[in-house]
Design a binder for this molecule. Sequence first.
Ligand code: ARE
Ligand code: CA
Length: 580
Amino acid sequence: PTDPREYVVHDENDEAFLHRHLDYYVLRLRTNTKVSKSVLIANNEEYGASVVYETGFEKIFEHHIPAEKVGRALTYYFMVEVPGEAFSYGFNGVGERVQPFQVYAGDVKGFEKPSWYMGTVYYHVFVDSFYNADRSNDPPGTVPDTVPRRHGYLGGDLKGVVVKLDHIVSLGAEAIYLTPIFPAGTYHRYDVRNYLGVDPYLGSTRDFEELVRKAGERGVKIVLDITLHHMGVCHEFFRDALIKREDSKYWDWFVFLEKPREDFVNEAAKLLEECDYQGLRTLVSKAGYRRPFYEAFYTVWAMPRINHENPETLKYFIHVAETWVGRGVGGFRIDVAHGVMDTWLQAFYRAVKKNSEDAVIIGEVCDYPFLYKGCMDSYMNYWLRYILLGTLVKGFLSPREMVWKIGEILASHPVYQATMLYNLLGSHDTPRIIEVVNKDKTLLKLLINLLNLLPGSLAIYYGDEIGLEGGHDPDNRRPMRWNQGEWDAEVLNTYLEAIALRRKHPAVRYGFTRTWLCGDGVLVVERWLREDRVIGLFNLNEREADVSGCFEKLFEEASHRDYAGLKPLPRYGFIIIESN
Ligand code: ARE
Ligand code: CA
């Protein structure tokens, strides 16, 4: 709507509009772009907006009220200004005199204290490629871990992660996200055979518990990858369903599109027992099947989809999650979360959180991310990655569009949730970031520092910190390089400094955020919490940019003169200013 009076939105029941973040209550108002100002009147005091997000077609005003001003209840309305007019907005809508919103403080959702997964540093380990510390458990056909990945096993194992904890800790990582460790039929293990065990090629349950303990002693949590969308075709439940069909207890755990043919099933059952994929492929083509006769991950035979309409599946996976929480894990990354029914995920989430509030649930979400309320704490923020690369590498977004889109992400989440997002430059599903930027290390440094300063957790895909190369899957899973002589010291130092900054400043970990453009394509990211403040200026241009004009808005008083003589920022240059 073009009339600003027709587009003023605040929903006191929606966390994105009203929530608690540490010592503050956060209240947001969405308006159209003509609105110039919003003043919140709360419990008889006035609060200007601390942040204004612009998304291109909206403005979102964010007001912060110190918690001690709230007491038991909050009574509030907004005064909205448009050039030439002003009006109020309250519970009953727009008018001159409006009824206020009223809420009990106890009903407002959010966090009073920081949780461990706000602004955490994750280290993402692709287990088979990381470090082979135990040759005695290597799968047959393991190739030496100096050979680039082609599909077969490299032999990495859980002991390998324990042995290399020093490296992970010295980086400043606080949690390790492990790709699947359950018994499976492939090197990546997304085709799970048994959700309650550890793949013998990786070690034993005791080895896993040792990893949890040793990591825990150094303040590092372990997050497991769990596939809730599909199972492995060799899982005994699937085999049972295949053999007994409707008589199987597990028939309804999957979605069969047609009845398995008897001649096929008898032979398949034998092959599945050994998890012989080679044999299975031959059988499938002999039987003339063009695609699986059950729903699957795409059309991958090895990954039959789980029937989430069957409540038994929910019960089972809650049991699985609780078993692993009992073994000390810090949480889960849910594979293909965007392919699992919302209601199922919500119930799973509630059940896990009920018994272990501290366990983080991170969804794999590749598409439009804002629809995942109440299903997870965090998601893999591929959307932010797309925005940053779309602006800085591919160039199909302008700096202005980039700021709008970042604003949209931030304004769509409660502040506390924005600090939990799993922000990444790359993963085991994308080409390596060093390749994406065409080995341009100046640009890479800018990306690392920009991602580090934006709200969210910071995830490092193993090897990215030392400049490991690699293209598309499976080339992005090359063996980790352990000869330090082959490490890229420049990249490593960039990560070390960025992480040290994050660990030093609560503002970076879980502070509030303002972003804007100044001058010509210079992005300013300001983070603050109470007295702590960090400001980054990023030159998004491929050429030098003047930044002297950027400081007046930042430091209205004396201090800005200190920066008046500041030199222009070089191509993709940046500076970070710490307030104390
Ligand atoms: C293997 C081969 C591939 C081949 C594929 C199909 O390596 O080259 O194309 O088989 O036969 C796991 C393994 C993969 C394996 C796959 C199937 O890690 O190596 O691929 O199993 O056997 C989409 C999904 C998203 C998924 C990605 C990979 O939406 O959920 O594709 N990510 C998870 C894991 C993967 C894992 C699986 C799912 C399966 O993180 O590692 O694969 O359990 C756009 C789209 C996204 C799309 C994305 C592709 O962004 O919007 O929807 O993600 O591209 O990256
Ligand atoms: Ca091994």
